[in-house]
Structures are given as structure tokens and as C-alpha cells.
Design a protein around this ligand. Structure first.
Ligand code: SF4
Ligand code: SF4
Ligand code: SF4
Length: 236
């Protein structure tokens, strides 16, 4: 239950409408960027860029194409970043909304060990403000969703790439669309569908789009802390 996004990457044209809408709704300042020889702008997520359309070149010659990946926090069903905050004795810093499942960072994230929190995220999402030490990421536009509106990025998307609704409905839509896409692209898949609330339909291997698109599944710090907690109880 709760809410989920379904992001159909086969429809994304990299118009960046969602990235702009996110900044506008969140009133986040634009970043001064240099031309870096890529269409991707700015070059990475940051404290003030919590949604980023990534561009990657794929193939060569006649086979050449651009891959577009609008990136945001996945709102993990069992969020490793939240587990990491809890295991370091600061369970109030990262909350999970009971109705939607949104993972929400509070001002108390300034008290967390940023490197630990960032390394706990399978998708390398959290970013810190150098001045206040607060950590930020997408909050599912929880204020809009509570008011019965769509997240700003979904509302602004003109191509049908971004979808949002009840999780069952999104899982159904994702499954239907996967079957259609697989007729032409048999390698298409739904990335980490069971563990996240932002479900990407990728036509190619996820790491072709971006190295952290899918959870690589390696050992991570939070796993050690979570295992310790099982034996010792929260480390307070
Ligand atoms: Fe892609 Fe939609 Fe974002 Fe445009 S608004 S970049 S089509 S996800
Ligand atoms: Fe936390 Fe990363 Fe999952 Fe977002 S994607 S909920 S930041 S672990
Ligand atoms: Fe930005 Fe809201 Fe979309 Fe998250 S849900 S990426 S905060 S517009």
C-alpha cells in the first residue's frame, strides 16, 4: 500500500520540465554551472538540485543514442538511510510517512554523520549543505500529495514518462507497460520494483544509464549496523 511513481524511461525526451518544476515548487535556487561538454546540467545532484535528468551516450556509429534518466530519491520501502539514522541513535532525523511511504528528511539531519547516511543509500542520493550541515533529497512533494495534488515533476511531464498514484495501481501500470516494451526490447526491466516506490522501466541494462541506477547489492555499512542492532538493540 501507500503511493508509488512509475517512470517509463522509454518515453522520456529529456525536456527537463520535471527538473525545472521541482526547483520551482521547492523554491530551490538555480546553480551556476559551466559548460562541461554534456547536455546534463548541472553535472550532479546537490543540496539544491534534488532532481536531475542525467544524459548518457550509448553505443556508437549507427547504433548511437542518448539515454535519459530523470533521477530522484526512490523512497525505499524499507529505507536504508532511515535504518542508518536509527542505528546511530537519531531516529527522528529521517521519517517515513505512514500513509504514502514517503521518506522525509528533517532539519535534524544536520546532526547525522553525512558520509554514513550517503553510503547507506544504494542509489547515492543524499546531499549535504556545507553551511548548515543539513542533508536533503526529494520528499515526494509530500505537501502537494497530502493536498490531493500530483508531485510537481509528475504534473509537469508532457510525455507520460512520470506517473504517480496508489502503489497497486502503479505496479499494475508498470507490469502492463513492461509487457508492451519487451516485444521490441526483450531486455527491458522494472528496476528494483519490490524495494522502491520510484519504479523505473529501463529498456537496457540499468548501469548503461547510470552506475547507481540499480542497487548493486554489495555489502553496505547499514547492513552491518542493522545486523548489530538485531543482537544489541538500538545503539543509544
Ligand atoms: Fe523526461 Fe518528463 Fe522530465 Fe521531460 S518532464 S525530462 S519527458 S521525465
Ligand atoms: Fe533513502 Fe536513498 Fe532510499 Fe532515498 S533512495 S529512501 S535516500 S536510501
Ligand atoms: Fe522534486 Fe517533488 Fe518530484 Fe521529488 S516529487 S523530485 S521533490 S518535484
Amino acid at each position: 500500500s501507500g503511493k508509488s511513481f512509475f517512470v517509463d524511461l522509454t518515453k522520456c525526451t529529456a525536456c527537463r520540465g520535471c527538473q525545472v518544476a521541482c526547483k520551482q515548487w521547492k523554491q530551490l535556487p538555480a546553480e551556476k554551472t559551466r559548460q562541461l561538454g554534456s547536455h546534463q546540467n548541472p553535472p550532479d545532484l546537490s543540496y539544491t538540485t534534488i532532481r536531475l535528468v542525467r544524459f548518457t551516450e550509448s553505443g556508437d556509429g549507427d547504433d548511437f543514442s542518448w539515454l535519459f534518466f530523470p533521477e530522484q530519491c526512490r523512497h525505499c520501502v524499507d529505507a536504508p538511510c532511515k535504518m542508518a539514522a536509527e542505528s546511530s541513535g537519531n531516529g527522528d532525523a529521517i521519517l517515513q510517512d505512514a500513509d504514502t511511504g514517503a521518506v522525509i528528511y528533517t532539519d535534524k539531519t544536520s546532526e547525522l554523520d553525512f558520509d554514513f547516511i550517503r553510503s547507506s543509500c544504494p542509489y547515492d542520493i543524499p546531499r549535504q549543505d556545507a553551511a548548515t550541515k543539513r542533508i536533503s533529497k526529494c520528499d515526494m512533494c509530500i505537501d502537494r500529495v497530502r493536498g490531493g495534488m500530483l508531485p510537481a515533476c509528475v504534473k509537469s511531464c508532457p510525455t507520460g514518462t512520470m506517473n504517480f498514484g496508489d502503489r497497486e495501481e502503479m505496479l499494475h501500470l508498470a507490469g502492463t507497460r513492461l509487457a508492451e516494451v519487451q516485444k521490441a526490447k526483450p531486455k527491458a526491466k522494472l528496476v528494483d520494483m519490490e524495494q522502491v516506490r520510484v519504479i523505473y522501466l529501463a529498456a537496457m541494462e540499468p548501469k548503461t544509464y547510470y552506475k547507481f541506477m540499480a542497487d548493486a547489492g554489495g555489502p553496505r555499512m547499514y547492513t552491518r549496523f542493522a545486523a548489530l542492532n538485531k543482537f544489541l538493540g538500538p545503539l543509544r
